[in-house]
Design a protein around this ligand. Sequence first.
Ligand SMILES: NC(=O)C1=CN([C@@H]2O[C@H](COP(=O)(O)OP(=O)(O)OC[C@H]3O[C@@H](n4cnc5c(N)ncnc54)[C@H](O)[C@@H]3O)[C@@H](O)[C@H]2O)[C@H](O)CC1
Ligand SMILES: [K+]
Length: 448
Amino acid sequence: MPSPVDAPILTADAMRAAEAACAASGTSLATLMERAGAAVADFAWRMAAGNPVLVLCGPGNNGGDGYVAARWLARRGVHVRVAALAEPASELARAARRAWGGPVEVLGDDLAPAPLVIDALFGVGLSRPLRKDLAARLRGLAKRRVLAVDVPSGVEADGVQPWAPALSADVTVALGALKPAHVLLPAAATCGKVVLAPIGIEAQSSLRTLPRYECDSPGAAAHKFSRGMALVRAGPMRGAAGLAASAVLRAGAGYAILSGASGAPLSAIIAEDGDHFAERLADERLGAVVIGPGYPASDALDRDVAAALKSGRALVLDAAAIVSALPRLGGAPAILTPHAGEFARAFPGLEGSKIDRARAAASKSGAVVIYKGADTIVAAPDGRIAAAWPGCPWLATAGTGDVLAGACAAMLARGDEAFDAAVAAVSWHISRARAIGPGLVADDLVRA
Ligand SMILES: NC(=O)C1=CN([C@@H]2O[C@H](COP(=O)(O)OP(=O)(O)OC[C@H]3O[C@@H](n4cnc5c(N)ncnc54)[C@H](O)[C@@H]3O)[C@@H](O)[C@H]2O)[C@H](O)CC1
Ligand SMILES: [K+]
């Protein structure tokens, strides 16, 4: 289910800093908790649709949000029960529990469930995995609808640790801003639909969710070259390069050349065998070059990559071309499109979340990195990052990466700078895949 579009994502530390800034500018944490609990109650009220609700409260402020939500739900006439894991450990949570004023059950083995469970056990303060006995007890509630407060309890908010929650959520209400866990696997898959409750926090971040894909139509005076020209260099597997060249046209460039192939899947593509690559690279109208689709590591690949680098053109480097080009990139405008295996080969030894590693790879290489996967991350050397969860699972099929590389070249050739081009290409790719849906094969992405 789509996440909030072009929304800021804050790590736990950034969230605490934003909360502190909010408090310093006159909005107390108690006010933020009141807004958080009220927002949770509002979503829960709609999910419960008149049925009873059970709120599970932890010891920290996530639990505090739970007590506030319970009070708001009771005020709206919902039959609501509260069960606590432990006494509140923060002053804010203690105050929220006092204000709830109703009974508090013990979260034990004999806890009676309810049709809707609000998981307010742990949020961004989780510092270790859930205890096994608690996890087992929670799994007993798994058949109920679950609304998670901020993150499903057990998930580490920054997406560095792969800790699993015991209860996957149907809906997660992100408080103040999204967290990395909402967009990175494995946690993101346990969040269900993520909705954002802004609660008045000034959330600013260069790390954001993907913007919506907007297709600008060409200007009235457009011609094929003004819409952008891109060159795809074919290796031994011509089909992959053909998909990339097709994507150049479908994603909106005006002119596509497939170099090193005698035929192309679309008649509109200029396919040329023989040795015209250097000549094409010298064409002033050329906006972008793709190398890598269907082109395994070889001396020929190294030679072609060297020629492309020398031309000074904007490059899209995929698969083996990434490792081939890396030592020689030297700040050339480039988009790298590794999947997990290629990323590990190109950037060994990086640590942290997928976001941290993509950021480090972009900074190290000086190129824009599209770290592909079901939770694709786009990172620029200047620190801008876009997270593309949820993508479209139908994209998990051969050849879709070749199409993405071609789409990147189209956006570059159309005049976007590298990060904007990469973000637009990822967004185009996902929106196209969603429109096609079940049974998608890569060729469908480049059909009319
Ligand atoms: N974003 C906002 O502006 C607001 C967010 N709020 C909510 O506050 C939580 C974060 O609260 P915090 O008190 O920092 O942490 P937690 O409630 O997540 O948990 C801390 C609590 O739990 C103990 N603990 C940690 N890990 C474990 C574990 N594995 N097992 C047992 N106990 C554990 C720890 O020692 C603490 O006692 C945020 O997510 C929002 O939900 C506020 O409402 C203010 C506005
Ligand atoms: K939670």
